[in-house]
Design a protein around this ligand. Structure first.
Ligand code: GL7
Length: 841
């Protein structure tokens, strides 16, 4: 490459090559240097924010050295790479993770102490990187952590949104959305102004025969927007591997910026064009499990897919291999259907630009892609209108039609008697307007399709993708149960518990091999250990109580049972069931004698989660929780027996405080609706017990930790369809206790009943689609059982320890190894520097 330094000058170069700090003194030197020079501050003008910035810059220098080496090593090894395409990466904060993975947190802690700062306060200055909605986005972040920790050569590709998920404030009990402008200081990204890709939109398709008689198809004119790469280093734990997350930012293409307009005085128009281009990567769509079909969202999808694919191909071409080797060098995993256009784009590049014959091209495409489905909810399955695609991506629409034609021909040959089959499996839905079913396109264009928990993977095979199992056979469909990274969700979030575990197991090796936790079972009867276990939970509850007080003004007793439901607000997740249960409990307390009240275990019901701004029902649930809280928390009869709290702005860094503090957490979706859930895993790993339905990963958690350690309730997934049917065509009986709750709401106990009528009538008048009434009795009884069990603290702690000991399966490391084996066909790239001992705390 011309840009490399010639041999004679390399000696001088190497002599001064950056090494990064390795000791406390060097850390201080680097931090002070950054504060004084990079930030132009001084010891007379250094607040915690500046201390954070200096510390982050010092660690970033360290990381980037390993990052450079990793990239060189992976290029040199010249083997297959994994590309994880996700519209969401819900990363949270990076500094603590960087410290842990670089292995110099102790040096930083002491160093900062001497400079006058507490490391915990410094870490908390960081703004969350909140480029995601919920579980799907956080899963992508856990996967990046595991990919690097396991030394896989992997890249993440996403969008660099200027605004991440909105900040939530609560005003008079209502959610208010505040824009999350997070980029004013982001030390973790490296703008690559030299890595740009021009992406085309609109225009028309020109088909002609060239001078040599060749058929040419060319996509012409339209509008060009430039993608600029921003790289984020992803350090692995206990290894020198630092992978890359490449996020694309949109800007007007240099060629497009119209200087003629300048000259003719149309300066403002030229600037407006610029701004229009920049809107593509401006904002993350705030819908979780909901497809809205907006044109700008489709633009985002194509912009990101096109830029990522061209980048991947550019890298592949450097190896000078023939195209047929592409799938041996490249594995692309589609995180849901959002990147499905990458399939079409690769086929377009191969056929139109590289001149490869259709079938040969299609074979390369299908060998390259894998598709992960994350939901069966119909409202979340993406469908794009044909006219919209026609307008924005005319050539891609033709290719989609051709893919569909060849596919349907193949189906027709195999199932000549089943005429309905063609309509059912067609990529094109014959609706008004016609739509493109993205999930079908993703299945047809991939060699493997996976669900994210056993039940979910079975459900997709027997319901939404049933016909495709007939067509392709069952082997194309597989399960990879989700996982979470124990580095962030145990060690960082709950340092004292991690330390206690390490003291019993003899090392922190369990953070690399989570199955080692099973040795904790040897200590379930160890009195001192149990005492310490319980003390840590209590300390975590004190910490959460402090947060609740400062965020809401509500004072809660940390000795009470903390019952937590934090996740996006959605009818299928059934926060309404929870709050109706709380009202039921409140009414019960009001009816109790003083004697009875004494026997009851005090409880704090904690809610948190964002509602999509346009999701009225979800916003109503938030409103009800807050109004119930206003009444219950100020009722002298109730006192500490019940408190109801809504923690505003649930996000990754709040999760790190909330999850370690729960006694019970709620995972109570209507059976068959929550594909997996991942916070269930986080709660149990932190010694909390769960109340849950037989849904998603709850089922496998139960299998691992034992039925006696889980509070299960409710109807089963296989019965849901019949129950729903009966609500409409049978005699729909509402649970009498639930009716009492509704009566109380209607009496106006929690304010204007009209405000909550939609919630009530969804159940009374509209068929109770989510089976709230069907499950209400069993839910309340199970909550009573929880009260009883909690009274025996010794037994409770045993359950907690046993559960943690059996959670090894749910590490995202296991999950990534399964993807590598069964979908990507790739081995880790061993790192020599691994021998260099890193102190891991
Ligand atoms: C989700 C599922 O709802 C959730 O159950 C799952 O754990 C997660 C990761 O696989 O994916 N699907 C989805 O569309 N969103 C999810 O969180 C937004």
């Amino acid at each position: 490459v011309e840009s490399s330094i010639p041999e004679p000058q390399r000696e001088a170069w190497k002599k001064y090559s950056a090494t990064g700090f390795k000791s406390k003194d060097d850390f201080q030197k680097e931090t002070v240097r950054h504060i004084e020079t990079t930030l132009a501050r001084s010891l007379f003008n250094c607040d915690e924010k500046a201390a954070y910035s200096g510390t982050a810059l010092a660690f970033r220098d360290r990381l980037i050295i390993d990052w450079n080496k990793t990239q060189q090593r992976q290029t040199f090894a010249d083997q297959k790479r994994i590309y994880y395409l996700s519209l969401e990466f819900l990363m949270g904060r990076a500094l603590d993770n960087a410290m842990l993975n670089v292995g110099l947190k102790t040096a930083a802690k002491e160093g900062l102490g001497e400079l006058g700062f507490r490391i915990e306060d410094v870490i908390q200055q960081e703004h969350d990187a909140a480029l995601g909605n919920g579980g799907l986005g956080r899963l992508a972040a856990c996967f990046l952590d595991s990919l690097a920790s396991l030394n896989y050569a992997a890249w993440g590709y996403g969008l660099r949104y200027r605004y991440g998920i909105f900040k939530q404030e609560i005003e008079n009990g209502y959610q208010v959305e505040i824009p999350d402008y997070w980029l004013d200081f982001n030390p973790w990204e490296f703008p690559r102004n030299d890595v740009t890709i021009d992406v085309q939109f609109y225009g028309w398709v020109n088909k002609y025969t060239d001078d040599e008689g060749k058929q040419i198809t060319s996509w012409q004119d339209g509008e060009i927007v430039t993608a600029v790469a921003y790289d984020v280093p992803i350090p692995g734990y206990g290894t020198a591997t630092v992978n890359n997350l490449r996020l694309w930012s949109s800007k007007a293409s240099a060629g497009e910026f119209d200087f003629a307009k300048f000259n003719s005085g149309e300066y403002e128009n030229a600037v407006a064009d610029e701004q229009r281009a920049e809107t593509i990567s401006a904002v993350l769509y705030p819908n979780d499990n909901m497809d809205r079909g907006k044109e700008l969202r489709l633009k985002q999808q194509y912009f990101w897919c096109a830029a990522s694919l061209h980048d991947i191909i550019r890298r592949f071409k450097k190896s000078k291999r023939p195209w047929k080797d592409f799938p041996e060098q490249v594995a692309i995993q589609l995180n849901d259907t959002h990147p499905t256009l990458a399939i079409v784009e690769l086929q377009r590049i191969l056929v139109d630009l590289e001149g490869i014959e259709w079938n040969a091209a299609w074979e390369i495409v299908t060998k390259t892609f894998g598709y992960t489905n994350h939901t069966v909810l119909p409202e979340a399955l993406e469908k794009w209108s044909v006219p919209l695609i026609q307008h924005l991506l005319p050539r891609h629409l033709q290719i989609i039609y051709d893919i569909n034609l060849y596919f349907l021909q193949q189906v027709e040959r195999r199932f000549p008697k089943d005429r309905d089959m063609l309509g059912r499996v067609s990529i094109i839905e014959e609706s008004q307007p016609k739509t493109v079913r993205m999930a079908y396109l993703a299945i047809i264009g991939s060699h493997k399709v996976n669900g994210v928990a056993e039940l979910h993977s079975d459900l997709i095979k027997t319901t939404i993708f049933k016909d495709f199992v007939k067509i392709y056979g069952p082997d194309k469909f597989t399960n990879v149960t989700n996982g979470i990274t124990p580095r962030r969700w145990l060690h960082q979030a709950n340092p004292r518990l991690s330390e206690l575990i390490a003291s019993k197991l003899g090392s922190y090796e369990f953070l690399k091999d989570l199955t080692l936790l099973n040795k904790l079972e040897n200590f379930v009867d160890d009195k001192d250990f149990k005492k310490e276990w319980a003390e840590i939970k209590y300390a975590n509850k004190v910490r959460l109580a402090q947060h609740i007080l400062s965020a809401t003004g509500i004072s809660v007793n940390p000795k009470a049972l903390f019952d937590v439901q934090v996740k996006r607000i959605h009818e299928y997740k059934r926060q309404q069931l929870n709050i109706f249960g709380v009202i039921h409990r409140y009414l019960a307390i009001k009816n109790m004698s003083a004697e009875e009240r004494k026997k009851l275990a005090p409880r704090v019901s904690i809610f948190g989660g964002k509602a999509a701004p346009g999701y009225w029902m979800a916003k109503t649930i938030i409103h009800l929780v807050n109004k119930v809280g206003d009444v219950v928390n100020n009722d002298k009869d109730v006192g500490d027996l019940l408190k109801v709290v809504f923690i505003p702005d649930y996000n990754v860094s709040k999760a790190e405080i909330i999850i370690p503090a729960s006694d019970i957490s709620e995972h109570i979706s209507t059976a068959g609706t929550e594909a997996s859930g991942t916070s269930n895993m986080k709660f149990v790993l932190n010694g909390g017990l769960v109340i849950g339905t037989l849904d998603g990963a709850n089922i496998e958690i139960t299998r691992e930790i034992g039925e006696q350690n889980v509070f299960l309730f409710g109807n089963l997934s296989e019965d849901v369809e019949d129950l729903r049917h009966n609500h409409f065509y049978g005699n729909h009986q509402i649970d009498p206790e639930l009716n009492k709750v509704f009566d109380e709401i209607k009496k106006g106990t929690f304010g204007d009943e009209g405000a909550f009528s939609s919630l009530v009538s969804a159940i009374l008048d509209h068929g109770d689609y989510y089976l709230v009434s069907d499950d209400f009795n069993s839910y309340c009884k199970t909550q009573d059982l929880i009260d009883e069990t909690y009274k025996n603290q010794d037994e409770w702690v045993s359950k907690s320890i046993t559960s943690v000991a059996r959670m090894g399966f749910f590490t995202s490391d296991r999950c990534i190894n399964e993807y590598a084996d069964s979908i990507w066909n790739i081995e880790p790239l061993q790192v020599k520097e691994e021998a260099e001992v890193r102190s891991r705390t």
